[in-house]
Write a protein that binds this ligand. Structure first.
Ligand code: ATP
Ligand code: NMN
Ligand code: ZN
Length: 276
């Protein structure tokens, strides 16, 4: 297959990134190697999209800090970028909507002959122009010259598809059936079994790329926040520039971990039926 014949892929990772860790960045490298090893894909760009404050997860610090840490840690990457559109929305945005938003941006960039494989964020579009593209994007999705957009995540995110009132079934169908998923294995998760046991994931299994991480790395943002609260070192678990930023801004304390303690996570609030 010549490089021109390969399908261009953009990877989108959604999450709290509270804070971003080396493993979040590794996910992109692992996914790119895996897709390009098939000989069918050329991964042209990675996008990190930190969730907005309205997600209301316990211990979630302000989006401006989470976005800035992600920006600092990708400064030296030639292909991974950070996008703050999701984090700037007043309400929490469903992941399917975030995927749709970025796909629309890619199609618009394509139409305007912008380079998708640059680290420069795509220019903000006029609302009407975006809505226009939304109407016609199902046809566009099959165009061979348009890049594909795939959601990049860890196995725990896929396993959360099963949690009552967390995901709308039609959103899962849209994300997996229409766009596709690249899932990195994670300790304590059995993604392969989960996909086998789920009728919808099994149906769209050809759109799911499961990437086995042999050098398992159990680092999590929860672990990092805990270590920081205890005054322990987190160096080498996240980029030095992020460690420095956390110190300079005095982020992550016992107090910040209490944020949203008595608040229900936004998707649960939105989807739990009121039985009163
Ligand atoms: N060690 C890891 N291995 C595989 N995937 C990971 C790992 N850490 C995070 N991810 C994935 O990165 C994405 C963003 O995750 P998130 O921001 O929740 O990070 P986290 O480290 O799990 O944080 P927290 O502990 O706060 O839940 C998710 O898709 C998650 O599955
Ligand atoms: N229904 C949905 O679209 C839905 C539900 C739960 C989490 N999510 C997203 O998954 C990510 C999960 O991040 P955390 O693992 O940090 O909670 C966030 O980006 C969040 O917006 C989406
Ligand atoms: Zn997590």
């Amino acid at each position: 297959m010549t490089p021109q014949e390969k399908t261009k892929v953009v990877l989108l990772a959604c999450g709290s990134f509270n804070p971003i860790t080396n493993m979040h960045l590794r996910m992109f490298e692992l996914a790119r190697d895996h897709l390009e090893d098939t000989g069918r894909y050329q991964v042209v760009r990675g996008i990190i999209s930190p969730v907005g404050d309205a997600y209301k997860k316990k211990g979630l610090i302000e989006a401006c800090h989470r976005v800035e840490m992600a920006r600092l840690s990708t400064e030296n990457s030639s292909w991974i970028t950070v996008d703050d559109w999701e984090s700037q929305q007043a309400e929490w945005v469903e992941t399917a909507k975030v995927v749709r938003h970025h796909y629309t941006e890619l199609i618009l960039a394509e139409k305007n002959h912008d380079q998708v494989d640059t680290v420069k964020p795509v220019k903000r579009r006029r609302l009407e122009e975006i809505e226009d593209v939304c109407q016609s994007s199902s046809a566009d999705h099959n165009r061979s010259d348009a890049p594909e957009l795939k959601l990049l995540c860890g196995a725990d995110l896929v396993e959360s598809f099963d949690r009552p009132n967390l995901w709308k079934p039609e959103d899962i169908v849209e994300i997996v059936g229409r766009y596709g998923l690249v899932c990195i294995t994670r300790s304590n998760s059995d993604a392969e079994k989960f996909i086998y046991q789920s009728d919808v994931l099994h149906k769209y299994r050809k759109n799911i790329h499961l990437v086995k991480e042999w050098v398992t790395n159990d680092v999590s943002a929860t672990h990092i926040r805990r270590a920081l609260r205890r005054g322990q070192s987190v160096r080498y678990l996240l980029p030095d520039c992020v460690v420095d930023y956390i110190q300079d801004q005095r982020l992550y304390s016992a107090e910040s971990e209490e944020k949203n303690t008595d608040v229900i996570l936004a998707p649960l609030q939105r989807y739990t039926k009121n039985t009163d």
